[in-house]
Design a protein around this ligand. Sequence first.
Ligand SMILES: C[S@@+](CC[C@H](N)C(=O)[O-])C[C@H]1O[C@@H](n2cnc3c(N)ncnc32)[C@H](O)[C@@H]1O
Length: 323
Amino acid sequence: MKISTLHEYNFKPAFKSYNKIDKNTGNSISTNFYHDTEVLQKAVDIIEKEFPQGTDILIYAGSNGEEALSVNTLLHNRKKYKIYSLDISKEAVNFANRGIYGIHPLAEDGFLLNDNKEVNKKYLSDIFHKNFNETIKPKNFINVSDFIYSIKFGDIDLYPQRYFAPAKSLKQNIKFANADISNIEKFNNNKKAGAVFFRNAIYQLTKNDLTGVLKYGDRPDLEINKRQVINELIKKIYNKLEVNGIFVLGSHLQEHLYIADNSVPDCETILGDKSRNIRFMTKHPVIETLKKNRHFLPLYASVIEGLSPDNVLKTPLIWQKIK
Ligand SMILES: C[S@@+](CC[C@H](N)C(=O)[O-])C[C@H]1O[C@@H](n2cnc3c(N)ncnc32)[C@H](O)[C@@H]1O
């Protein structure tokens, strides 16, 4: 992985439809509709091609439900597929079960409120509005003033949120539940699945909090053996998947650029921040593990989010279990 030209760490502003830190885990549970649209569309195409008769789709790190709902709108014959939106955060799962989402015009999914000229955005916006009904702001909804995009002129909100609830037909084949991916093998009575999503959460499992460490100066966790955690995770996902099933990864930089923990020899690191002696792993531990034993094949690569615009890096985000 090319990291020597990394000179800027520029995550997009974090406003999402429900931008929150879980009180118990301290982890971000932020997400938005159609996050990494191309990856979701590609994943759906592969699932439909490989499992035309139907299968289970396990969306771990499902957060507040936006990812599962987005995937469901993309399926052509959703009755054949059962989607589980699973998250370790009870708060996020409660939000998903309440099922009312605020969309802010300036957020990443704010395009859903616009008259879109771009063909794919128009397509997504059309299917979103076919599958969601606009509703009034629910009582005790997260206050928009929590968000950086709360722009007011006096008392008037210049960019008001709008609220949407999924239609009954969109919720029918989705179950939202509290679950930890570490127990994936037992989920649903050991039944195998055609797809496992775990996007933008490996960094939480491996305590690879790049934003905290590089942006806010937090002390990195060097005790955790990241390779070991990733090995165990991928072994469990492999055992859970049907042959030809897919594993879908997230695109955030912290899923792909790992701060070297104490178990990584210096010769496998590159210096990132000299003053703090922060080193990065030169071998991508997730890809390294996925390639091992030729169990998985990369099917689709996409751009990693969080690098400077002149440093475009594509990494495989959809992997297929081939044997
Ligand atoms: C930053 S959000 C990502 C949400 C969404 N997948 C996306 O890419 O936009 C990370 C989510 O992973 C969840 N999570 C972290 N560790 C988990 C685990 N061990 N099992 C299930 N969910 C987990 C967190 O609670 C949080 O909701």
